[in-house]
Design a protein around this ligand. Structure first.
Ligand SMILES: Cc1cc2nc3c(=O)[nH]c(=O)nc-3n(C[C@H](O)[C@H](O)[C@H](O)COP(=O)(O)O)c2cc1C
Length: 370
């Protein structure tokens, strides 16, 4: 049997000494208010999971124009800051640590969420597939309607500047709310990823073409964020090999190396790499970039994607990652750390309630000892 004790060793991640190597991955659960304000129910949910070494919050919109998902939280108003303060105080009261994930959806926003306007993106190329539309007035069913993504409008310099400013404001507001740090969401086909990957960035100006140019937007975001919070409290999440929603890059290894090098220059606390080791949430890549990324960065890597306790412990023992994040296992196992420690079986989530509902399928999963 694999020795899983490496999971329970403390580790330093930037400015934080965290008590174990089990990180709660960001999970959008759509339990904010319809006005995108974090709720007391969210504070309960995160506090239940506070014994994770580090919690990364669900994706949190930095700007109304970058928000395209029903009942997700934002971080652009005082009311949102106050809502998040309730969450972080509940997590801190249980000795937990938590970073806020800063998010802008770019082309993945449906016009329905932004007053009928077109969403913005580096290039006017629609994402593949469809997504959740807002709940129509008077509809009280469980499931949300789905609509296809639209062709976004190409961002001009003032759009770019305003999104960069919004990331900086999001970081400043996260500090006001009391978060231990922030994670910049550069993964999963959202705006930063849209600039990074060659298939979604066809620009011919300083933000497109070479890898150097495609990482420019990310560098500007990191400049804005690191003016508000020290780099050893900033992480970056990336998924350079993911092709979901019509993403793709001509050379993910070169892109990963460039991202690693720039994160080293900024002195970021960590890079959070989504690169599944088995197919599940997304496909396992033919050519993983982990080693190239880690060599170029030289700092702390948190790895994610279809891990269990044994594969996570092996990755940590083998030195390929300092910590492993778990997404789906955290939905139905608020006590994931103690279940791993005790070898207790994991509960299976009810995915019907992953992105909709209230307390059911959210705060009502029991611990193994309940
Ligand atoms: C319900 C659900 C919501 C998610 N929301 C986010 C999110 O807000 N931000 C993010 O970066 N990834 C999000 N993800 C991706 C997870 O963080 C993680 O990368 C994915 O589940 C793979 O890890 P796992 O195999 O441990 O589940 C979400 C995944 C699921 C299943």
């Amino acid at each position: 049997m694999t020795d899983i004790s490496p999971l329970f060793e403390p580790v330093r991640i930037g400015a934080q000494e965290i008590r174990n190597r089990i990180v709660m991955a960001p999970l959008t659960r759509s339990r904010a208010t319809e006005a995108n304000v974090p709720t007391a129910m969210m504070a309960d949910y995160y506090a239940q999971r506070a014994d994770a070494g580090l919690i990364i919050s669900e994706a949190t919109a930095v700007d109304p124009l970058g928000m395209g998902w029903y009942r997700v939280p934002g971080i652009w108003s005082d009311e949102m800051i106050a809502g998040w303060r309730g969450v972080i105080e509940a997590v801190h009261a249980k000795g937990g640590r938590m970073f806020l994930q800063l998010w802008h959806m770019g082309r993945l926003v449906l016009p329905d969420y932004i007053g009928g306007q077109l969403p913005m993106a580096p290039s006017p190329i629609a994402a593949e597939g469809e997504t959740f539309a807002p709940r129509p007035e008077g509809d009280d069913g469980l499931f949300l309607p789905m609509k296809p993504y639209v062709i976004p409008r190409e961002m001009n310099q003032s759009d770019i500047d305003s999104v960069v400013t919004a990331f900086g404001r999001g970081a400043a507001n996260a500090v006001k709310a009391g978060f231990d740090g922030v994670e910049v969401h550069g993964a999963n086909g959202y705006i930063i990823d849209q600039f990074l990957q060659s298939k979604t960035n066809r620009r011919t100006d300083a933000y497109g073409g070479s890898v150097e140019n495609r990482t420019r937007f990310l560098r500007e975001v990191l400049d804005a964020v690191s003016e508000q919070i020290a780099p050893d409290r900033i992480g970056l999440r990336i998924s350079p090999t993911s092709e979901r929603k019509g993403m793709g890059d001509e050379d993910p290894t070169a892109l990963a190396r460039a991202i690693g090098a720039l994160c080293r220059d900024y002195g970021l606390a960590y890079i959070h790499l989504i690169e599944p080791i088995a197919s599940g949430f997304m496909e396992r890549p033919d050519k993983p970039v982990l080693n190239d990324l880690a060599a170029a960065f030289g700092g702390t890597v948190i790895q994610n994607g279809s891990f269990d306790a044994e594969t996570a412990a092996m990755a940590i023992a083998g030195g390929q990652a300092a910590a492993i994040s778990f997404g789906r296992p955290y939905i139905a196992n608020p006590d994931l750390v103690s279940r791993f420690r005790e070898g207790a079986p994991l509960a299976q989530p009810d995915f019907d309630y992953a992105y909709v509902g209230d307390r059911k399928g959210y705060t009502d999963y029991p611990t193994a000892s309940d």
